[in-house]
Design a protein around this ligand. Structure first.
Ligand SMILES: Cc1ncc(C[n+]2csc(CCOP(=O)(O)OP(=O)(O)O)c2C)c(N)n1
Ligand SMILES: [Mg+2]
Length: 187
């Protein structure tokens, strides 16, 4: 499965959700589908998208929060999983695109290439639900189930270490920050 295929499945559903992506390839691909003011691309802060998502989920319990993470990023901040599971916000879905690679900086293998199981780590950290999927159909099924479940959930999507065509995002970090902040205040 390619990450963009999975993103195309969730994109229509997240129009009113709080969306935080980690930087690099996933941010560029979400942006390529069409930016919305409820999307925040956490540039530079590798590993911290889920921590930011946790804060948002706790302060906006009536909104759904979607965190889009990478394997390398999550591996840099595994302790966040215990904290997330401790607070267990029902309104947070943690999507991890696991390409077994630090793709955005040239494609070095990560620990998941050697067998580290991120969904397993999440489950043992206390996530109510964590599934690993390898096909677009299974991703769609896991996504729908996570949205219906209303429990802290993780979906680890095993994706090819490929794309995007361009990493160019015509949206400065500060502009994204102010727009997102304003949208949050209005919600
Ligand atoms: C603290 C920190 N260290 C290193 C980087 C450089 N960096 C940017 S993206 C990236 C790889 C991210 O890997 P992953 O989360 O697996 O996403 P992928 O690129 O594979 O989609 C790295 C190492 C950074 N932005 N911040
Ligand atoms: Mg990766």
């Amino acid at each position: 499965m390619q990450r963009i295929e999975a993103l195309r499945i969730l994109y229509p559903d997240i129009e009113n959700d709080i969306v935080v992506t980690i930087m690099g390839a996933v941010a560029a691909e979400v942006y390529s589908l069409g930016h919305r003011k409820n999307f925040f691309y956490l540039q530079h802060a590798m590993g911290l998208a889920s921590s930011m998502g946790l804060g948002l989920a706790l302060s906006k319990p009536d909104k759904r929060v979607i965190v889009m993470d990478g394997d390398g990023s999550l591996l840099m901040n595994l302790g966040a999983l215990s904290t997330l599971a401790w607070y267990a916000p029902k309104n947070l879905i943690h999507v991890v695109f696991d390409n077994q690679s630090l793709l955005s900086v040239g494609g070095f293998p990560t620990a998941t290439a050697a067998g580290s199981d991120l969904a397993g780590i999440a489950q043992k950290s206390g996530y109510r639900e964590a599934a690993t999927v390898r096909s677009v159909e299974d991703f769609a099924r896991a996504w729908r189930a996570a949205r219906e479940r209303l429990e802290l959930s993780m979906i680890v999507a095993k994706v090819e270490a490929a794309g995007p065509k361009s990493f160019l995002m015509d949206l400065p970090l500060l502009e994204n920050r102010f727009q997102f902040q304003r949208w949050l205040k209005e919600e």
